[in-house]
Design a binder for this molecule. Sequence first.
Ligand SMILES: NC(=O)c1ccc[n+]([C@@H]2O[C@H](COP(=O)([O-])OP(=O)(O)OC[C@H]3O[C@@H](n4cnc5c(N)ncnc54)[C@H](OP(=O)(O)O)[C@@H]3O)[C@@H](O)[C@H]2O)c1
Length: 283
Amino acid sequence: MKIAVTSASGQLGSSIVKHLIAEIGAKNVIGIARTPEKAAHLGVEIRKGDYNNPQELELALKGIDAVLLVSGMDEPQKRIQQHRNVIEAAKLNGVKKIVYTSIVGAEENNAFSPIVQTNRQTEEDIKVSGLEWVIGRNGIYIEPDLEYIDTYLKEGEVRNCAADGKCTYTSREELGFAYAKMLVEEKHNGNTYNLVGNAITQTELVSFINQEFNTNLVFNSVSVESYLAERKAALGDFIGTVIAGIYAGIKNGANDVPSDFEKAAGRPHISTLAMMENFKKKM
Ligand SMILES: NC(=O)c1ccc[n+]([C@@H]2O[C@H](COP(=O)([O-])OP(=O)(O)OC[C@H]3O[C@@H](n4cnc5c(N)ncnc54)[C@H](OP(=O)(O)O)[C@@H]3O)[C@@H](O)[C@H]2O)c1
């Protein structure tokens, strides 16, 4: 069985490749990358595949039994067609199964919703593709918060607009483990899974960071409007709006969802503290 993973040069794609190698061996795993040289270290065959290039994708999926489609990074309206390019290339090559990395989140009412909507459209496109399918809805990665600790320390606080909303964080490592199982095990076909860990507030997140990284941070919540203005000024309109929308969603409960992780992975999701310990080991 040959399984291909798109965006293999990225952090999620490379985690899935690593866990797939453990399941089926390196010679059965193919990494597809827009920039192949960035995926060369993975120790598997790498084929070129830009989401904007149907011909490249068609060649990249030759002889493949199942493909993992990592959600794209482009602006919302471009993503739908990019994902369709992968789905069409899979159909043309007789690929039997597609697994898609979607996202947890509110489809309406916040600045992140347009991105969630494009992911839901791809979920629909996959369901009507005629291929066997599995969809994972990823929780928010915990790693960016941990990579940001130095900035939090400089600012003396963790500040966002999530108030006391709960968020089910996960990690790329946990997701990689689950997606490898979803690709190789037939029992997952036709399922949509929330791939998330425990639900915690920002106050709890900061308390775990303090415990694990020996810091003394506090959490301060600000209004959605002022956080949006602040993030846009710091990160530009697109990314700033996305980030503020994510925290507005957390405030409103969009990320407090039941977890299907154990069903997908065959074991429980690790704790928030354990994710932080694993992150520290890689620092
Ligand atoms: N759940 C969350 O908290 C969260 C947070 C951020 C993003 N996401 C989503 O999760 C996805 C994967 O995250 P990540 O951590 O792996 O991000 P990452 O490390 O930044 O990797 C992004 C990957 O997307 C690839 N890519 C970008 N445009 C492409 C195109 N036109 N065709 C083919 N590949 C393309 C990049 O290829 P190159 O190496 O060529 O640049 C890279 O491999 C993201 O794309 C985004 O949709 C989720």
